[in-house]
Write a protein that binds this ligand. Structure first.
Ligand code: UN1
Length: 512
């Protein structure tokens, strides 16, 4: 497949430092020998900078400061005033859109337009959260007693710890943080170890917004580190909500630990997203939707399309067209405007892809296109791959697993019931799609898909921020971003107010 040349690590490092400086990160604390964390780029696999890993004390200090700021100022600051902080952040994000996008490309390997799109999600959620800051509505409920009012009020929750993954290093942080901040919570963020620089840039922009709007500096803090930092955030009783994005395995550890202290959890875990292509589908849409969702972001979105469930009558036509489109995909340097597929994040992802392809083949699958490593000579420490399409005879165990790489499994069906059964026959439940022109089929799919996101005639990835984002089953059940997802970041109080001279008891109970 066509490829684009790879720039040297030094050049990428200079570009990262320039972007960081423009975002206001000027003095990076170089780490001592102990507790080093390296900022790296998957573009070459090279190291960019050594940073300090947060210590146990750093974590404790951050939680203490966040808790104090919550108690003493932030929760009592009027919500529209809290919104002013997020509005300023949105302005700064507009100004530094391409600086952050550079860092996202450099650390996560995302192509230019997808990296800019990710920053656009941040800008959009700031607008949303600003509006929300005047709309944290509770209900008024008809009381059964005369002279009484029953109502719900929403109050800030406390410290929210946000744990994010490498693949959406800035957008997922902003969904959580912009909403949590207007809800009156303070935030302690543990970004992925693979994307520390983007995190420092976000933190610097938010600090600047706080200074300029008079918000306390400790409304937000960032902690760079590995699972040990995450574990402390999970176990600390002062953390009211743990909002974590990552693998199902991570969620299975975090969920029960937070539950053991009766804390709250918001989990965004893996997906194994499918699209059903019906015989009446507009194949132009189906092909474009499939190729972006399956090969875009090198298959490293939690919403990436991993299974295509195609009616037998259109299977050959559509697979031929997808294969032809895959042959045109340019793989290589994500900073180059012509590239469509950047690198995998690292060696483990590459090994997982190879192993999955080997297993799929052993299960009777036929690789129709892709699957090879590329640019190995130019970038021996980076992992570029050709996105793969594999025709599978059955939905075997490997198909039911989420492999975080660009592999699209194609399965066929005869009846729509069969399609739904295959579709729902995995443990994850994030995103789903149907391509059809038959309204009854579309409506049945909307009702029957067991995912949190169910689309018609568009792919599985690339959701807008206005809706609630998240999924069911092993995906963890959490909802972030738009709609009423804000309710997870607040506590609800039910209030009964008696404005009469009597004290009638509910349910007609008599006493004294
Ligand atoms: C993720 O992959 O963790 O819907 C988030 C999408 C993006 C968000 C993906 N808006 O693909």
């Amino acid at each position: 497949s066509p490829t684009s040349a790879i720039p040297p690590t030094d050049e990428i490092g200079d570009r990262a430092e320039a972007a960081l400086a423009r975002c206001g990160v000027d003095h990076l604390t170089e780490a001592g020998a102990a507790g080093r964390l390296y900022a790296r780029t998957p573009i070459t696999g090279g190291a960019l900078l050594a940073l300090a890993h947060a210590t146990e004390r750093d974590v404790d200090h951050a939680i203490t400061a966040a808790h104090e700021t919550f108690q003493t100022t932030w929760r009592d600051t009027p919500a529209p005033e809290r919104g002013a902080l997020v509005r300023r952040l949105g302005d700064l994000l507009r100004e530094h859109k391409y600086d952050l996008a550079d860092l996202v490309s450099i650390e996560a390997g995302k192509i230019r337009s997808e990296a800019a799109g990710e920053v656009q999600e941040m800008i959009d959620i700031c607008d949303f959260a600003l509006g929300l800051s005047r709309q944290l509505y509770g209900r008024t409920i008809a009381s059964e007693r005369p002279g009484h009012r029953l109502m719900e009020t929403w109050h800030p929750l406390g410290v929210v710890s946000v744990v994010t993954a490498f693949n959406f290093p800035v957008a997922v942080w902003s969904w959580n943080t912009a909403v949590a901040l207007v809800c009156g919570d303070t935030v302690v963020w543990k970004p992925s170890e693979m994307t520390p620089l983007t995190a420092l840039a976000c933190d610097a922009l938010l600090s600047r917004a706080a200074a300029e709007t008079g918000a306390p500096a400790n409304v937000h803090q960032v902690l760079l580190g590995g699972p040990d930092v995450g574990e402390r955030l999970v176990d600390d009783p002062r953390v009211a909500l743990v909002s974590a994005t990552g693998s199902v395995r991570m969620g299975r550890t975090v969920g029960p630990r937070v539950a053991a202290r009766l804390g709250r959890c918001l989990l965004e875990l893996g997906g194994n997203n499918a699209a059903v292509v019906a015989p009446s589908a507009d194949l132009d849409l189906a092909v474009r939707g499939t190729v972006f969702a399956a090969a875009g972001t090198a298959g490293q979105r939690c919403t990436s399309l991993r299974r295509l469930i195609v009616h037998e009558d259109v299977a050959e036509t559509i697979t031929d067209r997808i294969v032809a489109a895959y042959e045109q995909l340019r793989v290589g340097d994500p900073l180059n405007e012509d590239t469509l597929v950047g690198p995998l994040v690292g060696e483990r992802a590459y090994t997982a892809m190879r192993e999955a392809l080997a297993q799929a083949t052993a299960d009777g699958g036929a690789v129709l296109v892709g699957g090879n490593r590329c640019l190995e000579q130019e970038a021996p420490d980076a992992y570029y791959v050709e996105p793969a399409v594999v025709r599978m005879p059955v939905q075997s165990a490997i198909v039911r697993e989420e492999t975080f790489a660009p592999i699209l499994y194609v399965l066929t069906y005869r009846t729509f019931d069969e399609a739904i059964e295959l579709h729902n026959g995995v443990s994850q439940g994030l995103s789903s799609a149907v391509f059809t022109r038959d309204q009854r089929e579309a409506e049945r799919f909307l009702a029957m898909s067991d995912c949190g996101i169910v689309n018609v005639n568009i792919g599985t990835s690339g959701a807008e921020i206005g809706g609630a984002f998240g999924g069911e089953k092993d995906t963890g059940g959490g909802r972030e971003s738009g709609s009423d997802a804000w309710k997870a970041y607040m506590r609800r109080a039910t209030n009964t107010v008696n404005y009469s001279d009597e004290l009638p008891l509910a349910q007609g109970v008599r006493f004294l």
